[in-house]
Design a protein around this ligand. Structure first.
Ligand code: ZN
Length: 138
């Protein structure tokens, strides 16, 4: 039984966390210039437009970087925590946790796929695990 608490979305990040609750990943795509962006924010960093729409993401990507966290210990998390930056195939980077892999088995550039885990208080968080097959886009 996990003790991990749910994230606390802001007005800006609610679009992301509402999708995660549905077991989906989304990012914002600018209606004016088409740039995809993450983390969520009101204004396009490319063209400053305030108009955007949600784009559903496949949930596949590659490991950009990671850290094996041992401290500070919190009773709410299982240690070590594998914190990761994942480059999604659509071109945005997400901060997440790695699961189903030992620290010694982690490799920069490894293929990953999203999964969703329940939190102790009824929320959901996205996590990434090694992909079973090489599924890099052509
Ligand atoms: Zn734009």
């Amino acid at each position: 039984m996990t003790t991990r608490p749910a994230p606390r979305p802001t007005d800006d990040s609610a679009v992301y966390w509402d999708a995660v609750a549905r077991h989906e990943l989304v990012a914002q795509r600018c209606n004016a210039c088409g740039k995809l962006r993450h983390p969520p924010r009101p204004m396009c960093p490319q063209c400053h437009s305030l108009e955007w729409h949600e784009q559903r993401l496949a949930g596949t990507g590659t490991l950009y970087s990671y850290a094996v966290l041992h401290h500070p210990r919190s009773p709410l998390f299982d240690f070590p925590v594998l914190a990761a930056l994942v480059d999604l195939d659509e071109g945005v980077r997400v901060m997440t946790n790695l699961v189903a892999v030992e620290a010694a088995g982690i490799r920069i550039g490894m293929r990953l796929t999203v999964g969703f885990e329940a939190t102790s208080d009824g929320g959901t968080v996205p996590v990434f695990r090694p992909a079973l097959h090489r599924d890099a886009p052509a």
